[in-house]
Every structure is written in structure tokens, then in C-alpha cells.
Design a protein around this ligand. Structure first.
Ligand code: BCO
Length: 319
């Protein structure tokens, strides 16, 4: 069931084993920046919604960006709702994967132009973008595997949002464009740093300087997307649920998502993200060991040891 984020959020999930894994890079306190003040302003930029549908039985979620009349552009209200949705996912220790998609076969056309107008002074624009930086950072560090499913267009901030996900899947007829230059801007949602990590310096420069419109094939060749989903895979049958999303079908085919132990899935995700952020190899090894100690002797490990190896079953007395 899809829910709006106007209600109190549930955060009573049990296992806390990952909560100490990250030092949050939180942009705050600089030059009088206050998240609360930004949120106060965002409240006055209404429209659109972020829908989060948690499916506890298969440990997956779908986060949908919805503002159809503006091609899923982000209003202030949606920025607030996205932050709340990400905060809820942060504490969802039983979740394995989250699909991020847009309503009605359109990913996202970036920031609502009227939100940019409302924050037109440079210092206000900076605060707005600091807020979105923090949201994108939290999204990138979620314990679940995140999959952006891009249909239609991903423009400006929408293209930046894709880069905050672990995997990017593009429909064969979709397009992506870092269009910020045409707005007289550089990316404002942390897209430069993440693009650099994904495609390197030359390609990042080319994409930002040219604002080239990328079709799925070109985005795939540039390593910006992980796979192209045939448009027919997006056709949903009338009774299909969100959780029959093509992105989840892809995840199942790639890494047998539904059989994957949740604690193991989250550990792999956070292990990789944490090591990726470390410049020092020694610290990185130390971090790996911490993650290893979370799963060694755990349920998935014990189950695997009990299973047959090359057809021979292992006696539990051998373990
Ligand atoms: C730091 C963040 C940086 C940013 O994100 S800056 C914003 C960058 N985004 C853009 O420049 C996208 C502009 N939009 C477009 O290029 C096209 O609308 C797009 C997404 C290719 C879709 O094209 P079409 O399907 O032909 O639709 P259309 O152009 O007729 O638009 C339909 C209605 O949606 C509106 N719309 C689209 N993108 C919007 C946006 N970002 N903010 C506010 N309104 C937006 C558009 O004005 C139009 O409204 P209306 O029906 O004329 O009232």
C-alpha cells in the first residue's frame, strides 16, 4: 500500500547492527546553515509527493517520485518528503533493496523551477543545495541496495539523483541529461563528486560542459548505467504490484535477491560503501574486518556450511 509522508514515521525496527558503521558527512552549522530553517522554507513550496511502499514480506521497497503535471520535478514539499523517506529507510534493518522510480513512466525533471526561483539569492541557493547534498549522501549510504529505474527523462537534479543509487537501470527509450549548464548552474545535489567516481574526469567534464542528451545505449557505453531494460519489460500487467518492478526482476536475475540473507546483503553493501570512502588502505582493511565479524558464524554462514559442497552434504558434527 502506498503511503504519503504526512503521518508519523515508524522507526521501531529492531536490529541496530549497522547504525554505528558510518560517520555521517553532514553539511551543517557552516555560515549559519540550519536544516530546520531550510525545512521551514521548503514547507511553503507545495505540490507533488514521495511515495514509499515497504514490502516486508520480500524485504524490498519502492520509492516513487510523483509530480506528474511537472514531469516529476522536485518541489520543496517533495524535498522534505524525500528526506523523511530516506530517514525511514535508514532504520529499516530488514530491507534488502529499494527501487527509486518516477510516476507514470517518467523519472524526474530535476528541481522544480519555482523552487529555484524561491531560493534565488546565492546564499539561499547554497542552503537549499546543502540540504539536498545531505539527503543524497544519506541515500547513497542506505543499508539497502538501491536501484534507480530510469524511464522517460532524468534531467538536472534527476540525473544527479540517479548517481546516488548503487545501480542505474535505464529503459531502452529513456534519456538522461545533466542540463544544469543550460540553467546557468553547476550540479547542486552532489552530482559532480558522484559522476567523477562513476565515469572519471574527462567524461564528467564533457557531460557537464556539453549538457549532452544521453540515450540509454550511450549512457551504458559511458558506464553511467549498469543495464538497459527493454521497454517491453516495463509493461505491467493490470494486476501487477509495484514489487513486480523490472528493476527488482533485474536484481533477482543478477544476484538472487530474494534468497539473499538480509544481514549479509546489508553487510556487503555497507562494507563496499565504507571502504570506497576510505583513502587509507589500513583503515579500509580494519573496516572490512568489522563487517566480516558481523557475518562470520551468522545465520547465512551456518546455513551455507550445512549445505552440500559439490553435491556432498556436510554433517553438522563436522562443523
Ligand atoms: C540543482 C538542481 C538543478 C536542476 O534540477 S535545474 C532543473 C533542470 N530541469 C530541467 O531543465 C527540465 C526542464 N524540463 C524539460 O526539459 C521537459 O519538460 C522534459 C522533462 C524533457 C519533458 O518534456 P515534455 O514531456 O515535452 O513535457 P513539457 O516540457 O511540456 O512539460 C510538461 C509540464 O511540466 C513542466 N515542467 C517540466 N519540467 C519542470 C521543472 N523542472 N520544473 C517545473 N516545471 C517543469 C513544464 O513547464 C510543463 O508545464 P505546463 O504544462 O506548460 O504548465
Amino acid at each position: 500500500m502506498l503511503r504519503r509522508f504526512t503521518k508519523t514515521l515508524s522507526s521501531s525496527l529492531s536490529c541496530q547492527h549497522h547504525s554505528r558503521s558510518f560517520k555521517q558527512v553532514h553539511v551543517d552549522g557552516e555560515g549559519g546553515y540550519s536544516e530546520a530553517k531550510v525545512e521551514e522554507t521548503l514547507k511553503y513550496l507545495p505540490g507533488g509527493e514521495i511515495l514509499l511502499d515497504l514490502n516486508h514480506s520480500d524485504a524490498t521497497a519502492v520509492l516513487q517520485i510523483s509530480n506528474v503535471s511537472k514531469r516529476n520535478a522536485f518541489t520543496g514539499n517533495m524535498m522534505l518528503e524525500l528526506r523523511r523517506a530516506v530517514n525511514e529507510l535508514k532504520t529499516w534493518h530488514e530491507g534488502k533493496a529499494v527501487v527509486i522510480c518516477g510516476a507514470e513512466n517518467m523519472f524526474c525533471s530535476g528541481s522544480d523551477i519555482s523552487a529555484i526561483r524561491a531560493f534565488s539569492r546565492p546564499e539561499d541557493g547554497k542552503r537549499l543545495c546543502m540540504y539536498m547534498h545531505n539527503t543524497m549522501h544519506a541515500l547513497q549510504h542506505l543499508p539497502q541496495i538501491t536501484l534507480a529505474h530510469v524511464e522517460g527523462n532524468a534531467m538536472g537534479g534527476g540525473a544527479e539523483l540517479m548517481t546516488a543509487c548503487d545501480f542505474r537501470l535505464m529503459s531502452s527509450d529513456a534519456q538522461c541529461q545533466f542540463v544544469q549548464k543550460k540553467m546557468g548552474l553547476v550540479p547542486g545535489w552532489g552530482g559532480v563528486s558522484r559522476l567523477l567516481q562513476l565515469v572519471g574526469r574527462q567524461t564528467t567534464l564533457k557531460l557537464l560542459l556539453s549538457a549532452e542528451k544521453l540515450n540509454a545505449q550511450r549512457a551504458f557505453e559511458l558506464n553511467l548505467v549498469d543495464d538497459i531494460l527493454d521497454i517491453h519489460e516495463n509493461e505491467v500487467t493490470p494486476n501487477a504490484t509495484k514489487h513486480e518492478s523490472p528493476a527488482l526482476i533485474w536484481a533477482e536475475s543478477m544476484f538472487q535477491l530474494y534468497q539473499l540473507d538480509c544481514k549479509l546483503a546489508q553487510s556487503i553493501k555497507l562494507d563496499v560503501i565504507k571502504c570506497r570512502n576510505m583513502s587509507n588502505l589500513e583503515d579500509s582493511y580494519k573496516s572490512e574486518i568489522q563487517f566480516l565479524s558481523l557475518v562470520w558464524g551468522g545465520q547465512a554462514n551456518r546455513n551455507a556450511l550445512l549445505k552440500s559442497v559439490h553435491g556432498r552434504s556436510t554433517k553438522s558434527s563436522d562443523l
